[in-house]
Ligand binder design. Structure first.
Ligand code: F0G
Length: 372
């Protein structure tokens, strides 16, 4: 094609930011919003669905796909729900938002709160938050409170704080996933998956912590089915970190050992919904070990070029094991949700990477250390 022709086509295609629908506009019919809800956006949603050909072939599931939620504005799926929750809080005249978090909810609340100039309070279990997530919350100007306790204790404290806030006319809004606006926003990821595949996958695999996201996806598939936009729904495969797997019978809760600190939760707030999603869909909720998680985390980065955070790799780790045990039809279309970005947790990455080679600043020097 001639350059002039290319330029002519580009000119014709040119779209403006205003002409691309934002997530909340696009799925308004399925969200708890009205004409008076502020139309916020930091560019959330529309994340890539990538066909993981190399890894899929290696584990015997050639139709393995990954939904790369680390591409959201703050690097995790939380943004889909946070945009709705903060828009609604703003609409209701909230004076502040608050959450407990293992890091990603905090980073997302901090960003969306900052974007509407609202006070943000995040309560975090001290010493258990990946470096990047903590910095995201701090950089956005949130008031960060570290507590000596686990996530569950932090959530209990925040719930009480919010309930007792003097909120007659200007409430403090809890933006954990017990807030139904959060789950409503998060179900939009299921809509995108169906649109990208032209239907539902056979399996949807996902890490489980507080069990909000698995419940949100199931609601999304169900909404699309009820609206006759979908004929089938996937079997839901939820994976918790061994040592922090309260929904899996026989697994101890809240071990300090897991690399998947984002999902170290003893008492999942949406447990009932998640178990219903499992049972209605004919799926499973199982535990995966640190070794399985780290292997999937490394292979996603090195075989697919997709750097997710360790907790996210639980979905691929679980599918790999089920495939090895012959519990997944090799022809099935599988979507693994990768919930957060690898850059959030440099310390875990550091455990896996090779040190940089060192050389003089010459071609000869570099050639020598490469062994070329
Ligand atoms: N993956 C990541 C990267 C997470 O940060 C979380 C939860 C989950 C999966 C699990 O999702 O809780 O809906 O089952 N993180 C929360 C937080 C707890 O505070 O950021 P869930």
């Amino acid at each position: 094609m001639k350059m002039s022709e290319v330029l002519r086509q580009l000119r014709q295609q040119r779209t403006t930011a205003e002409s691309r629908p934002r997530l909340m506009e696009r799925y308004a019919a399925f969200l708890p919003i009205s004409g008076t809800t502020p139309n916020l956006s930091l560019g959330e949603g529309y994340t890539p669905l990538v066909h993981a050909r190399n890894l899929g072939r290696a584990i015997g599931c050639p139709m393995l796909h990954v939904k790369v939620e680390g591409m959201n504005p703050t690097g995790s799926f939380k943004d889909r729900g946070m945009v709705v929750a903060v828009a609604r809080a703003l609409e209701n005249g909230a004076r502040a938002i608050a959450c407990a978090s293992t890091g990603n909810t905090a980073a997302s609340a901090a960003a969306y709160g900052a974007s509407v100039r609202m006070e943000v309070v995040v309560v975090l279990p001290r010493g258990q938050i990946a470096a990047g997530k903590l910095l995201q919350a701090q950089a956005a100007g949130a008031r960060v409170v570290a507590v000596d306790g686990n996530f569950d204790q932090a959530l209990t404290a925040v719930r009480e704080l919010v309930d007792s806030a003097d909120s007659a006319d200007r409430p403090v809004v809890l933006v954990n996933s017990v807030n139904p606006d959060r789950l409503a926003g998060q179900k939009t990821a299921a809509f995108e998956v169906c649109e990208d595949l032209g239907g539902a996958p056979d399996y949807l695999a996902i890490p489980v912590g507080n069990a909000g996201n698995i419940s949100a996806y199931w609601q999304g598939f169900t909404d699309y089915r009820d609206a006759a936009l979908l004929e089938t729904r996937p079997a839901m495969l939820g994976f918790q970190a061994a040592g922090a797997a309260p929904l899996v019978i026989g697994h101890p809760i809240d071990s300090p050992e897991t690399v998947a600190t984002a999902i170290r939760i003893g008492n999942p707030a949406s447990a009932d919904k998640a178990l219903r999603a499992r049972d209605e869909s004919g799926g499973v909720i199982e535990a995966v070990t640190d070794l399985e998680i780290l292997a999937a985390y490394r292979d996603l980065a090195q075989q697919e070029g997709i750097f997710c955070e360790p907790a996210s790799a639980a979905s691929v780790a679980g599918v790999r094991r089920m495939a090895a045990e012959g519990r997944i039809d090799p022809g099935a279309t599988i979507v693994c949700v990768l919930t957060g970005h690898g850059l959030k947790d440099p310390d875990t990455a550091m455990r896996l990477v090779q040190p940089a080679l060192e050389a003089p600043a010459t071609a000869a020097g570099v050639r020598e250390v490469l062994g070329w």
